[in-house]
Design a protein around this ligand. Sequence first.
Ligand SMILES: [Fe+2]
Length: 283
Amino acid sequence: MFEKAVSLACAHLPALGFGVGLRRPHYSQVLEQHPPMDWFEVISENFMVPGGQPLKVLEGIRERYPVVFHGVSLSIGSTDPIRRGYLKSLASLARRFEPAWISDHLCWTGVGGRSLHDLLPLPYTDETLRHVVQRVRIVQEILGQPILLENVSSYFEFANATMSEWNFLATVAEEADCAILLDINNIFVSAFNHRFDPRVYIDAIPIGRVGQFHLAGHSDHGGYLLDTHDHPIREEVWRLYEQAVRRFGPVSTLIEWDDNIPEFSRLAAVADEARQRARTALG
Ligand SMILES: [Fe+2]
């Protein structure tokens, strides 16, 4: 049984069902054949261009499907100034295509004007918390809507951390009044790499804050897991997803696959498996 209390940040988010990340190899098939799919998540930066083919693709997709925007370069935790130009372009793209919501990651991707092209974890301290909360508020003001922040997978931690990642994420969401995109695979990968119980993470996230789930596959390197999005979803990750559905309810769910990308029909089948598992988990 899950509580019905929903935060303001989540109140406006529709339940979209079960979707997949839109990837280039599937553009023409989706545009020409319109396969059944509840919704698509698109990478915002791929469409933040002045014109041409990418925007035509997005127009064609948007005519038939709900979409959400998922960014990879907000760098909310960085100490670099907030890139207002980037946010204004994103806001303008959102005005044109009306995504159901906009998300990015709880991480930093560079500093001193240099991008490291990676989604890096933050030092989970009170100072970082105040910094991130203030920046999320500014971002939401510029965009004119709440954002969803996603937990990243990680391969190192900061020795000066004073709180867990799950407490940090939950507190950022509460204090900045933003929503959470909970990546179940990232929780599993980080839990293995840092030796914590992934179920503790799920149980610490406030009900009513989670607006979307991500599901993906990872690669197993024996001593550590790598979040590669190039494998089928592992059974343990499915089990964790079922636990999350029981806690948070029928939250919009998205399958990510970024390398060794299979046929669209296989991706659609994975989205259907998520639908079945969510239905069973909710009884
Ligand atoms: Fe993700």
